[in-house]
Design a protein around this ligand. Sequence first.
Ligand SMILES: NC(=O)c1ccc[n+]([C@@H]2O[C@H](COP(=O)([O-])OP(=O)(O)OC[C@H]3O[C@@H](n4cnc5c(N)ncnc54)[C@H](O)[C@@H]3O)[C@@H](O)[C@H]2O)c1
Length: 249
Amino acid sequence: MDLGLTGKVAIVTGSARGLGAATARRLAQEGAKVVITDINAELAQATTRTLRDEGLAAHCVVGDITRAEDVQNLIDETLAHFGGVHVLVNNAGAPRDKYLVKMSEEDWDFVMNVMLKGAFLAAKAVMPHFINQGWGRLINVSSRAHLGNPTQANYSAAKAGLIGMAKALSMEEGRYGITANCVAPGFMDTEMVQALETYETIKERAVAAQPIKRAGRPDDIADAVAFLASERAGFISGEVLHVTGGRYG
Ligand SMILES: NC(=O)c1ccc[n+]([C@@H]2O[C@H](COP(=O)([O-])OP(=O)(O)OC[C@H]3O[C@@H](n4cnc5c(N)ncnc54)[C@H](O)[C@@H]3O)[C@@H](O)[C@H]2O)c1
């Protein structure tokens, strides 16, 4: 199936590693020119080099997605280097898991900033370009945690917020040929979850709760995002695609 992504320009936030890096690679393999952007400069540059070595079109813009000036620079650099922007994947994220009684205001604000404010700033920056060209794809990387997870009041709220935001934008921008959707990953075996003290327990519980008995892989998300970003998904908007091995609770 030709996804119609050849020549499209895609920004994937938080794409130095994990789900973002896999998604950027898949979009590039489908013919898109991808912008790797991350707060981790060294890793973002290394990932960009790897993609280029694979013969893919990739450009690196280092920045903090929570800072408006960094986001403006991201758009300016994208336009200067690739001449346009057609796809935005709001993937950057970081957890601060704690029971509410131990969660500080800083823990709350940190998670809201990276996930929600970052997605807002990036969406606001690309939208005029999407509108002008009458075509655009916005994909927010939410999580099955939008349904709630203990120790994740901040993370679950932010991930539910990303769904609300995509649904609102699907209504606002649909008339311009723009779609806004979410993917909601379940347990995905990435460095983010491997760094958690509870990694083994979480993994075991997640796989036990899934009809499909394996941990999720970054490519599972990459494939789902590539489809939603594609020409083929032009009549799908305001949707949440769960990539959870069949787990919804
Ligand atoms: N791994 C999972 O099980 C899982 C499940 C559901 C949803 N998700 C979501 O998927 C996304 C990617 O997760 P991952 O597992 O690949 O995590 P990861 O930690 O491997 O990757 C996240 C990337 O975001 C970057 N980042 C963090 N803060 C940033 C900022 N302020 N500005 C720019 N970049 C920033 C990090 O440097 C990192 O490279 C996240 O939004 C996460 O919440 C992950």
